[in-house]
Ligand binder design. Sequence first.
Ligand code: NCD
Length: 323
Amino acid sequence: MKTKHILSARQFGKDEILEIFRLAGEMKEVYRHGPVQVLAGCKEVINLFCQPSSRTFSSFEVALDRLGGKMLCRLPSYEASSFAKGESVEDTIRYYCESYQPHLGAIILRHPKEGAAEEAAAVADDYGISIINAGDGTNEHPTQALLDLYTIWKRRNGNLDGVKLGTCNDLRKSRTIRSLCLLLARNFRVHTIYTCAPQGTASFPQDLMEELLDSNVSIWPTNNLREAADWADFLYMTRPQKEYYDNTEDLRAFQDFRITKDFLDFLPAENPCLIMHPMPVDSETFNEIAPDAKTHPRCIMIEQAANGLPIRMALLKMLLCPN
Ligand code: NCD
């Protein structure tokens, strides 16, 4: 792997992405028949999660274990960490690096603050230790973007050029959408990304839109879910990111954006549209994927989530044991 950290989708070039996908294919077999000891004796890992997580946290744990690597320690929540007492990212990371070198190889960090992973990397660089960004606020989630794109790549038999991606719901705050759009637009031939959100284009971050335009990808805004589904090969739905809203009134508009079984049944058979979602679905408040739509053949979010394990196995192997 060219870079020592995994901080942003921007860092990955096409060749490296395809190499990760190739290795992920091998890792599926390793998982099935393993465990193997490829990371035995390699440097160890800390799982530091300061926002809730089921899949990202667990898949990194299992990925490391199946490769024979060692989790040095783990902090599963903000409340369990000294971040809850006001500690800075810099102090936490410096403590871990200083104390646990030379055995520590990587810290997997999820943190509510945008830029937390970059901050951590600036400290970890002094020690030659890697930071893996497992989500920093509303900024980025690059390992999720890799598993999302891997899902699309597999469904399209290895051809990502010309893919029609629709994105839907809380586009302003979704870090998974930002990272996926960047990964796709910067490396593959894509003309347009549809954005379907309550306030149309206003919901899509301006800076991201400009960055995508630099890669010759234009944004097509709509607030009509049916129009987006009619156009897209893959419609990527997100959860309203309610933890980032002070005013719950602002969340109301998201109630209109729901995928139901009826909606999917109504799509003509020749329409290829598949529904993706990074999970979790907010089944308490929004039901942005309705319960009866979750097992519909067009909804591939479980297949998508399951791709997290081989992708993260591949990333850990490339980072901790590149040869
Ligand atoms: C996402 C996240 O944390 O950004 N979850 C995940 O890692 N799969 C999506 C979300 O929380 O909405």
